[in-house]
Design a protein around this ligand. Structure first.
Ligand code: AMP
Length: 578
């Protein structure tokens, strides 16, 4: 049984496997390595994932969701078609699809996965990711930090040479910056910093707001479908600006009618607050490992948002160097996760590689002070190499104190109420005047995110322990109940065909008059040709239709002309298929 490496992204996800002595990305049904991290529940309760679900963000926004990675571990839910779903459940649908793709690719069962997570994910978010894996029927023994995975893949391309890399990962919803040391067979993350609320979607929102402001549209009062529509088009304008210096967005009719012209400088101006936030983690990561820009050998760009020239330019200015990016920012983490899967399978080619991870946040306890609120007292500092074991002594604060409550917190904030509370361990102490009794609190944190807390009462030598684990293990009963419930929900088999249908539905809603008629005729012909077609002909039909629809997409979004082959609907069956 195989192990898969999975990059579970905010916008897109990828699966890779160790195959034939190397890591390989697994293409999905549509032939693309990227599966949009989108889920939609259709009108008969079936689950759509990937491209088909992404299309429905516009045509059926109240039944569809994306970006749920941002909600992992928060306890919040998304309502799809009137039914609440935890982000873990939505992620499990994506994982299930990726597992199926990998199984179809390998021709064998995939029972386990190594899933990558932002280095900045806290224990709760990591636990939620593991839960998602379990719900999709996968064993998840190991999570890997995304920058570690990227550095691993980077090392593969550099054939084991030694260098220090700055991994700048700007995806759809998160920014992670890491400094990674890559020696012959040793990959160690030296420092991580990040902002898990900053990503490409924030750029889309700045553009969408600017469009609405210019055209007197109240962005905040837009109903969900129009908001999804303008965000979708804003993303289109942003991507267009990754290809050319200037671009414009024009919507000729309807409640969103208006236009916005933008060039690179305008984009920088519109998104100025985002750039300010972007610099902070870079400076912090370098400072944490006492390095400066000159010590960095390679800048590794990760995440779709690094395709933006303005982001590269910003980094180039900040780090005072040319940014060469020989790797695809979309797939590098997926490749690294696949290498980790190979390492777990103990494959010869990667078995000697050692990965040293870091504690991405500080772990500590709360101490009382006169101001009232508990103050955070770090025991294991952020960026300590793992595994790590550290001890600190704490004294009683009141006369005749009977218990000491060791509250365990994770975070970087001064007041405990602003950090994440993982739990509490209460220990009895002999009554005595304040400040005379004490406890030694020992935190041991390992590479799998398991924190063991040992408290020793110094006067008696009595020892109390508790393990705080991010294992995400559900009880067997919980898994059974959840799987049973989810099994009653049908997953649509063909994503590719459904994606074409959903895209046509969206485009139909977006265009008018004669274009609608022509689109319907294209669709009729497509359905007819697919009806009794074999697998390979169906694939070619889908590819041809996808190419046509991509051109239409640019046209209706206001950036391109009507595709030249759109007006001519070929006769049934006579399509020259490439
Ligand atoms: P990821 O989470 O790494 O898949 O990144 C997704 C983000 O990358 C989304 O916000 C996309 O809008 C953005 N993105 C993808 N392609 C481009 C592009 N060509 N130009 C600008 N942003 C892009």
């Amino acid at each position: 049984m195989a192990i898969a490496g999975i990059d579970l992204g905010t916008s897109n996800s990828l699966v890779s496997v160790w195959h034939g002595g190397k890591v390989e990305l697994v293409p999905g049904e549509t032939g693309s390595f990227l599966t949009p991290s989108a889920v939609s529940i259709d009108e008969d309760g079936g689950i759509l994932t990937g491209q088909a679900a992404r299309e429905r963000l516009v045509t059926a926004p109240e039944r569809s969701a994306t970006g749920f990675k941002r909600l992992m571990g928060t306890g919040r839910t998304c309502i799809l078609g009137g039914r609440p779903f935890a982000p873990e459940e939505l992620s499990s649908f994506i994982l299930r699809r990726l597992r199926q793709d990998a199984e179809a690719y390998l021709g064998e069962e995939v029972a386990e996965a190594v899933i990558s997570v932002p280095a900045y994910f806290n224990d709760r978010q990591r636990a939620a990711t593991k839960k998602a894996g379990i719900m999709s029927g996968l064993r998840v023994e190991r999570l890997v930090n995304e920058p570690s995975a990227a550095a691993l893949a980077c090392r593969m391309v550099n054939h084991g040479g030694s260098f220090t890399a700055l991994v700048f990962d700007l995806g759809g919803g998160t920014l992670d910056v890491s400094v990674v040391d890559c020696s012959e067979n040793d990959i160690s993350v030296l420092a991580v910093a990040g902002d898990n609320r900053l990503g490409g979607t924030d750029f889309d929102q700045c553009i969408a707001r600017a469009y609405c402001q210019k055209n007197n549209i109240a962005f905040d009062s837009l109903p969900p479908d129009l908001r999804a529509d303008i965000m979708f088009r804003a993303e289109g304008l942003k991507k267009e600006l990754s290809l050319r210096d200037s671009a414009s967005l024009t919507i000729s009719e309807g409640p969103l009618a208006g236009s916005l012209e933008a060039d690179q400088q305008r984009l920088v101006d519109l998104c100025a607050p985002l750039f300010q936030r972007m610099g902070q983690p870079v400076r912090r990561a370098l400072a944490d490992c006492r390095m400066n820009a000159g010590d960095i050998g390679h800048v590794v760009l990760v995440g779709g948002s690094c395709r933006m020239p303005v982001v590269r330019q910003f980094l180039s200015q900040l780090l005072r160097r040319e940014i060469d990016a020989p790797f695809s920012p979309d797939t590098i983490v997926g490749l690294g996760a696949g290498m980790c899967a190979g390492m777990r399978e103990r494959r010869d080619e990667v078995r000697d590689i050692v990965m040293t991870d870091l504690c991405p946040f500080s772990l500590g306890t709360g101490v009382s002070h006169e101001g009232g609120d508990l103050l955070f007292s770090p025991i294991i500092e952020r960026n300590t190499s793992l595994p790590s074991s550290q001890t600190k002594r704490y004294y009683t604060t009141v006369d005749d104190q009977r218990t000491v409550a060791v509250e365990v917190y994770q975070g970087e904030e001064m007041l405990c109420k602003d950090d994440l509370c993982l739990g509490v361990l209460k220990v009895p102490v002999p009554p005595a005047p304040a400040g005379t009794e004490s406890v030694d609190v020992c935190f041991t944190y390992d590479i799998n995110g398991i924190l063991a807390v040992d408290v020793t009462v110094t006067s008696t030598g009595e020892r109390f322990s508790r393990v705080f684990s991010d294992s995400g293990n559900l009880t067997e009963q919980e898994v059974g109940a959840r799987l049973e419930e989810l099994a009653s929900m049908r997953m649509h088999e063909s994503d590719a065909l459904r994606a074409v249908r959903e895209k046509v539905r969206r485009l139909y809603a977006q265009c008018l008059g004669k274009d609608r008629e022509t689109l319907s005729r294209h669709m009729e012909r497509f359905e007819k040709n697919c009806e009794n077609a074999g697998l390979s002909q169906k694939k070619r039909e889908i590819q041809r239709m996808e190419a046509l629809l991509a051109g239409m997409d640019r046209y209706v979004s206001g950036y391109g002309r009507l595709p030249s082959d759109f007006e001519e609907v070929p006769e049934d069956g006579s399509t020259p298929l490439q």
